[in-house]
Design a protein around this ligand. Sequence first.
Ligand SMILES: CC(C)(COP(=O)(O)OP(=O)(O)OC[C@H]1O[C@@H](n2cnc3c(N)ncnc32)[C@H](O[C@H]2O[C@H](COP(=O)(O)OP(=O)(O)OP(=O)(O)O)[C@@H](O)[C@H]2O)[C@@H]1O)[C@@H](O)C(=O)NCCC(=O)NCCS
Ligand SMILES: Nc1ncnc2[nH]cnc12
Length: 475
Amino acid sequence: MKNIFISGKEQDIPAVLANKDRRAAVQRRLVADYPEMTVVAAKLNIPGPIKNNSAIKEFFVAGLYQLEQQWLQAGTAFYQKGQWLEAGTGPERFYLVKAAAPTVKKATTAFEEATASNRLFDLDVLVKEGEQVRPLSRADSSQPARRCFVCGRPAKECGRSRRHSVAKLQAAVNELIVGALATAHQSVVSDRLVQFAQRALLYEVMAWPKPGLVDPVEHGAHPDMDAFTFINSSVALHRYLYQAAEVGMHASTADYPLLFNELREFGKVAEQDMFVATKGVNTHKGAVFSLGVLVMATAASWHKRGRIDLADIQSVVKAALVDLVKGDLKQQPAAPNETAGEQQYRKYGLTGIRGEAQAGYPTVFRYGLPTMLKTAGTWNTRIVQTLLALARHTEDSTLIKRAGDLAILKWKDQQVDQCLAAGGVTTAAGRALLNDLEQEFTRRHLSLGGTADLVILTVFLTIVKEELADGLANE
Ligand SMILES: CC(C)(COP(=O)(O)OP(=O)(O)OC[C@H]1O[C@@H](n2cnc3c(N)ncnc32)[C@H](O[C@H]2O[C@H](COP(=O)(O)OP(=O)(O)OP(=O)(O)O)[C@@H](O)[C@H]2O)[C@@H]1O)[C@@H](O)C(=O)NCCC(=O)NCCS
Ligand SMILES: Nc1ncnc2[nH]cnc12
């Protein structure tokens, strides 16, 4: 296990005593200046000479975030009134809370007792007694005394008798902080994956020109939606994307097909959320499925490896979807509300999005990602160039459905080849061809809806690689 105590500046007794005086002065001033509020002084009990470093500071801030959530949820008004995060003597923060001191004390004690690592917090609730300011004790409100985080006996007993060596105390604190930070990192990574996924949804619709797709300039191939419909849809998927990240992040089993079944139930609700947000228009049906799968797989892979590894993310997808085609698509007579994907499987044997997904999105990994990673310039340039690369290699079931004929794939490939040969979006000649093609798709009511989903997945993985790969390694 990592040892957090290898860094940090050792403190001597005079430094600790001087800090105690400084704290007492601040507390006296706050209590005098804000008589209508209760003052809370937050610090940590860190035994030994090292009392602050980046891990200790991060632990302190993450813990107090939980305390603040607790107050917010209880409807308790509060605000911060100064903090010393960098102090060598340990991080400290002061709060003003709009509630009676005994009520605040109950809440802070509950926080200190909520988890093993929260026992390291020392939250003083200050009251005025005559001219003196003193912290309320747990005994004042008949609450159980603080317990030692090494042996569970009353902490005062262990402290007075110096029952445990500094090395032993530090080892216990180390274990608590390392464990708590690993949990905090999980929720930071989940939050970031959700942000990346929503950025991917929004970046894709922003890029222009995109033949057969909605962009901010034109949406002739999709008259029932525009860029604003996509904003509504992307925002509505927030809760689902977080659920997808959490399913992967807390995977207690490598039974990935089971995780996929769990995700799919959330996905069905998300699809309904999307239809409510778009007033019945299908903006992101394919993306709900595919982006949910990738967010879950990225979280599960990070949880397993403690770092970002694109090849491993792909193998988690393959493991999770191992039975998708067999389970979803069966050769059977046409059903009344058959989807385009089901119909194309029955008529042509095409496995569509399910086949692509089950194989671990090979089109994204083989064509999308390499193009996006090597294309320089703005996101617009990278996305449109990637759209072309993906379109060239995708059997887009939305395109086939709109054309009603498989021959459309050959025509699409020829058009894309011409654009790419002219440099795609990176040259004036390529852009002219792209503009013409956008008009042609509109005129013929053709769509590249399935390819758009693969663009979204590629943007997501690119952001994961470029913004998460080097940060937040889960040590
Ligand atoms: C597995 C599902 C995706 C379900 O598939 P389903 O059988 O319901 O539908 P499919 O027809 O197979 O395709 C679904 C969407 O997948 C996208 N897609 C198609 N081909 C590919 C491909 N090769 N690679 C990647 N993605 C692909 C495509 O989505 C885009 O197109 C949408 C616009 O198309 P459309 O709705 O047809 O709209 P219009 O053409 O405008 O309609 P008309 O005007 O003609 O009426 C756009 O939204 C893009 O996203 C396909 O649409 C999954 O949904 C599923 O499992 N469903 C079952 C329920 C469930 O479990 N849901 C939860 C999922 S976690
Ligand atoms: N920009 C877009 N236009 C049409 N369908 C899409 N599905 C996902 N993105 C899309």
